[in-house]
Design a protein around this ligand. Structure first.
Ligand code: CTP
Ligand code: MG
Length: 249
């Protein structure tokens, strides 16, 4: 027996199997273009930009794995980065599980990153990786909220008035982003132990919280926003245009 700590190997899993219903009709969201390049390619590059990430697993729409493989071949990554493609599931949680199942046994920690957050800066990725390597079993980047948040009793039909139930103190709230970083064994255990029905878990850290494990928050970044609705695409195009003008991005 050796007391040597196991060497770290960090992989990134990118769930990209969603349709993007809230963005409106068209190709699956991850395949839509941003500055002429598919959103998914931006997200993969954002992970590969971190020197800590040596493997990226892309979870593709179940009928689109071949197309995604082709796109990745057309947009090569740095030589140090290996890429795998696996088909996704009906919920984000199932897609994440499919990505985790594809990880080789030498991976010790994992980042889960939404394909729909194509513009996350590498400094945010590195901050999450570092906190996990420093011993936190689960780490999420997050920002304080601009809006006050109300808890309501949801109306039966959309657009109907809804009674307010509570107003949580805004200063204690954070809006959570990705990549979320985990000790791999902890996240796998959460997936094995906790089943979330219906839409499944939309946040990986929440599954780890249910194990009773403490999740740590590190500062997120406003450019790590999720492209969800049409207006988010306008913002993403503007951020990309500014980067291309100022940093030869
Ligand atoms: N995702 C996935 N598999 C699913 C559903 C979602 O891999 N069955 C991924 C999406 O591709 C996205 C990320 O999870 O990168 C975050 O989900 P979200 O922003 O909700 O994307 P969609 O589910 O595609 O969008 P919508 O909810 O508007 O349909
Ligand atoms: Mg969704």
């Amino acid at each position: 027996m050796s007391d040597e700590p196991r060497p770290h190997r960090t992989a990134a899993v990118i769930p990209a199997a969603g349709r993007g219903v809230r963005l409106g009709p068209g190709a699956p969201k991850a395949l839509r273009a941003l500055g002429g390049t598919p959103m998914l390619i931006h997200a993969v590059r954002a992970m590969a930009r971190s020197r800590a990430v040596s493997l990226v697993v892309v979870v593709a729409p179940s009928d689109g794995a071949a197309e995604v493989r082709h796109l990745l071949d057309e947009h090569p990554l740095p030589e140090r980065t290996e890429v795998l493609v696996v088909p996704g599931g009906d919920t984000r949680q199932e897609s994440v599980r499919a990505g985790l199942a594809a990880l080789p046994p030498d991976v010790t920690s994992v980042l889960i990153h939404d394909a729909a957050r194509p513009l996350v800066p590498v400094d945010t990725v590195d901050a999450v990786v570092e906190a996990v390597r420093d011993g936190a079993p689960a780490v999420v980047p997050a920002l304080p909220l601009a809006d006050t948040v109300k808890e309501v009793e949801p109306a039966a039909a959309p657009g109907e008035p809804e009674p307010v139930v509570a107003t949580p103190e805004r200063a204690r709230l954070r809006a959570v982003q990705t990549p979320q970083g985990f000790d791999l064994a902890t996240l796998v255990k959460a997936h094995e132990t906790i089943a979330v029905n219906g839409e499944g878990a939309t946040d990986d850290a929440a599954m780890v919280e249910r194990l009773g494990t403490t999740v740590m928050v590190v500062p997120g970044h406003e450019e790590a926003f999720k492209v969800t609705r049409p207006l988010d695409l306008v913002l993403a195009e503007a951020v990309l245009a500014r980067r291309r003008a100022t940093d030869a991005y």
